[in-house]
Design a protein around this ligand. Structure first.
Ligand SMILES: [Zn+2]
Length: 134
């Protein structure tokens, strides 16, 4: 048990050193919990997240839980307009509402970060930093 906790701490530090925002899709979370529950203990993944949240808070990073169906790549990060559809092959798109040009991944990262910031109530602290540092 002690060894596993040790590994949780290491992993939490590794992740928070590399990312400003860590997000987990809530549906994946349930699937992961099921997997971990079978392997080790039902509490394994929960306690990892608790450690991760604690470490992230100390370093001013954000841990966010995003609904799988949150349309992060097709929501305009500038004005909030949501496209009906966005083909996977489209890397950039122009928002029909405000006219800003959105890079698929960058735009998604900004949206996820905004959800994360509002989830944790740390908007002002994190919004000045880039969403991903790698
Ligand atoms: Zn827009």
């Amino acid at each position: 048990v002690h060894r596993r906790e040790d590994w949780f701490w290491k992993l939490a530090h590794w992740l928070t050193d590399r990312f400003d925002v860590l997000y987990f899709e809530t549906l994946n979370l349930k699937a992961m919990q099921r997997l971990w529950g079978r392997k080790a203990s039902d509490l394994g993944f929960r306690s990892f997240l608790q450690i991760l949240e604690w470490v992230a808070q100390k370093k001013g990073k954000v841990v966010a839980y995003i609904d799988r169906w949150f349309p992060s790549s097709k929501t305009c990060s500038g004005c909030g307009y949501v496209l009906d559809e966005l083909d996977l092959s489209v890397r950039r798109w122009r928002c029909p509402s405000c006219g800003s040009e959105n890079d698929r991944d960058e735009n998604a990262a900004i949206n996820i970060k905004q959800v994360g910031a509002s989830t944790c109530g740390r908007g002002k602290v994190s919004q000045a930093q880039p969403a991903f540092t790698v």
